[in-house]
Design a protein around this ligand. Structure first.
Ligand code: HEC
Length: 172
């Protein structure tokens, strides 16, 4: 009996060691890749990188902001972006401004309307290895997108492979 117990302990110990040495895959086979489920703290105070207007059904006006790590990397032209980089894309309805148009005397002014969603890209090359080292986040009314919706981000952003999956250029 003593023998059997010793054998079991030995097997358990070896298994434990192997589990310790072999890094666990970032996500199990068939499970959705991890994505960002909490709004990064303080994003509204970050610096502006650029803006983009998407017409069509999106009809959106977006501002892309970055934390200090992001701004430094952009200014130094550093690629790939280092771990700790966080990019935020704040999206609003693209609406005409009657107030501004009155001043100009013609319809020409558009401004951010109601907020629609905020999207994030968080660089952590270990945690988000399955999606190019970037964790994607999408929040509308403070709630994050579900796993099925979040699957769409990485395949499209992969098209910007040459710039580490990031489309936005730094506006001087
Ligand atoms: C059909 C392609 C496509 C899909 C799908 C897509 N994006 Fe993007 N994304 C873009 C493009 C193009 C830009 C740059 C233009 C803009 O900001 O409107 C962008 C910009 C961004 C930015 C600003 C940083 C950058 O790369 O320029 C973030 C953050 C972002 N997307 C997050 C997301 C998240 C989160 C999802 C999934 C919910 C997502 N995107 C899905 C194409 C896509």
């Amino acid at each position: 009996m003593k023998h059997v117990t010793f054998g079991l302990v030995a097997v358990a110990t070896v298994a434990g060691l192997i589990a310790f040495v072999v890094p666990a895959p970032s996500h199990a086979e068939g499970e959705p890749a991890p994505f960002v489920t909490e709004i990064p703290h303080g994003y509204r105070d970050w610096q502006w990188i650029s803006s983009a207007h998407e017409a069509g059904s999106l009809n959106s006006l977006g501002a892309v902001l970055g934390n200090d790590v992001a701004i430094k990397a952009y200014r130094e032209g550093k690629l790939p972006f280092p771990d700790g980089t966080v990019l935020a894309a704040l999206h609003y309805r693209y609406v005409p401004s009657d107030e501004n148009n009155k001043v100009f005397g013609q319809a020409q002014s558009f401004v951010p309307g109601a907020p629609t969603n905020i999207q994030f890209m968080v660089k952590d090359s270990t945690k988000y290895a399955a999606t190019g080292g970037w964790g994607f986040g999408h929040f509308a009314d403070g709630k994050h997108g579900d796993a099925a919706f979040m699957k769409s981000c990485f395949p499209c952003h992969e098209k910007a492979k040459a710039t580490d999956l990031v489309f936005t250029r730094y506006a001087p």
